[in-house]
Ligand binder design. Structure first.
Ligand SMILES: Nc1ncnc2c1ncn2[C@@H]1O[C@H](COP(=O)(O)OP(=O)(O)OP(=O)(O)O)[C@@H](O)[C@H]1O
Ligand SMILES: [Mg+2]
Length: 280
């Protein structure tokens, strides 16, 4: 499915010779509420500087796509946002969330991840029932009545657009779900913790087109209540669902702007080369 509202134009149509090498949209904070932002974020795996110059602001209740070729640093950036890189990489710089730099030692990482949840590329349901997948993390760290848990299971599954399909078989193993259902279950599991921000790393790339479209619809529904940051290799998907897009190249954010600008009138020639399929 292609979106008729955008078309890729050759760079020569509009990119001037003095086009900038980098363009970062500057969010006016009096007009846009910023949910999370990074400042001078740098991530190294040993000697390999995988991300440099990570300065981005993410608007609340919007979807932002991170795009770019394989190895450009998208996952590295995303995983840093909820400290998934702690054990594997050195992460320098600030990650500001609700006035607090969460990239510091004195942060309770588990508590922070209740606010900033993550969904991975391959659906990873636990080998438990559908119901227990959703309640597992909650029961580990809190006291909930059966009624409260039932309510959370129903709400989360409804938000993830899975309730109607599984409501009569909540005790069935989650491993018996299809790929698309499993991914929506994992989204429901993340939502059960009532996060503020949802990070998704290629959540539909392992899915068939119909399941992928269902996940996209789910995300569009969710953005009324959540701030969503999603890595995708699918340009149509980025154009369809996201409000903002950041283009990564060799560990740098080359261009960050409103999605419709990135896909119709990028300011940087490299961005245009990427979105029109000239490399990557
Ligand atoms: N766990 C790791 N250990 C060492 N190096 C890593 C690790 N993860 C990523 N890298 C390196 O960091 C760089 C950026 O990788 P990253 O996974 O962030 O790219 P990506 O844009 O997400 O790519 P893809 O589209 O293939 O998922 C690459 O050079 C990669 O080899
Ligand atoms: Mg990746």
């Amino acid at each position: 499915m292609t979106n008729p509202n955008f078309e890729f134009k050759p760079a020569s149509d509009f990119i001037r010779e003095d086009a900038p090498e980098r363009y970062i949209y500057n969010m006016a904070s009096d007009k846009h509420e910023i949910a999370i932002s990074t400042h001078d974020l740098q991530v190294s795996y040993g000697d390999n500087l995988a991300l440099s110059e990570g300065d981005l602001e993410f608007e609340r209740y919007k979807i932002t796509s991170l795009i770019g070729a394989s190895g450009s640093g998208k996952s590295t950036f995303l995983r840093s946002l909820n400290r998934m890189n702690d054990d594997v990489a050195t992460v320098n710089g600030q990650i500001m969330y609700r006035g607090v730099d969460i990239n510091t030692k004195n942060i309770d990482v588990y508590e922070m991840r209740r606010h900033i949840g993550m969904v991975f590329q391959r659906p990873n349901p636990f080998a438990k029932s559908i119901y227990d997948n959703i309640t597992f993390a909650l029961t580990q760290r809190g006291n909930y009545t059966k009624e409260q848990l039932d309510e959370i299971v129903e709400t989360s599954l409804k938000q993830a657009a899975l309730w109607d399909q599984v409501k009569d078989e909540l005790n069935k193993s989650a491993l018996a779900l299809s790929g698309g259902q499993a991914q929506r279950l994992v989204i429901a599991r993340a939502l059960a913790l009532k996060p503020d921000i949802l990070l998704l790393d290629e959540p539909s790339s392992a899915l068939d087109p119909i399941s992928s479209a269902q996940v996209e619809d789910t995300l569009i529904e969710l953005k009324n209540q959540y701030t969503i940051i999603i890595v995708t290799h699918n340009m149509q998907q980025a154009a369809r669902i996201s409000d903002y897009t950041a283009f990564f190249h060799l560990g740098k954010v080359i261009e960050y702007d409103l999605t419709r600008k990135i896909f119709t009138r990028p300011k940087v020639a490299l961005t245009n080369d990427y979105i029109s399929g000239n490399f990557g």
